[in-house]
Design a protein around this ligand. Sequence first.
Ligand code: ATP
Length: 251
Amino acid sequence: MTAALEIDGLTKRFGDTLAVDAIDLVVPQGSFYGLVGQNGAGKTTTLSMAVGLLRPDDGHARIFGADVWSAPDDAKALVGVLPDGLAMPERLTGREVLTYLGLLRGLPRDVVTARADELLAVLELDSAPRTLVIEYSTGMRKKIGLATALLHAPRLLVLDEPFEAVDPVSAATIKTILRGFVVGGGSIVLSSHVMALVEQLCDHVAVIDGGRVAAAGPLDEVRGGRSLEDTFVALVGDEDGGVKELSWLSR
Ligand SMILES: Nc1ncnc2c1ncn2[C@@H]1O[C@H](COP(=O)(O)OP(=O)(O)OP(=O)(O)O)[C@@H](O)[C@H]1O
């Protein structure tokens, strides 16, 4: 079966920094794939290249077999993206953003209206209908970003830190939506620093370290009987487990 996302030798250098070093990754159809790694490990750079937001120096990314750079229309029709630091039309309300992006995607107006109603209600963004995106809190921005990623009913969702700054009630709603998406045959790749969340949601995981894949595969295989946190620290931590103290604060 064609992979939902196949990353093949993706490489990106920023000046002297090799941010992503020939990463290979296969996200099977129907999987819920977690990407974990320390700050600066290369997760955002990898995901940005995988969905066509950042041009790689080398390598390929295919979404259901469609090359993101040579067949961008085919690839991008199949994917919904929540990028890092999402740029939004700031002077629109949440509903206006959804309407604008839905029509831009070529969806019929009545479909856009019905889906926008549902998304705003489910994500609890409908209580502030006149609030502009520029006035949104960080968590609200994350939620409207997720709504824009879901609007065109993609087959693959690529979500960079979807739970960052989201309150627990909204997080529970988002988890339910994402689980339902996978049960319905969709595939998801998300990045997160929260190991418990990845263990709770994901069936596959890749640990990224220094722009390379330190381990990848089904969650239980990668964990090997340990917690994901222990596995993660063992894979990417220093000899002392990466834990350092501040000398002047120790008693
Ligand atoms: N636009 C840029 N210009 C220069 N360096 C960059 C740029 N974007 C990323 N980098 C560097 O590339 C490396 C990987 O960064 P990236 O944002 O992909 O990591 P990350 O795993 O997503 O980190 P975090 O968990 O903190 O979001 C880092 O060393 C970062 O400083």
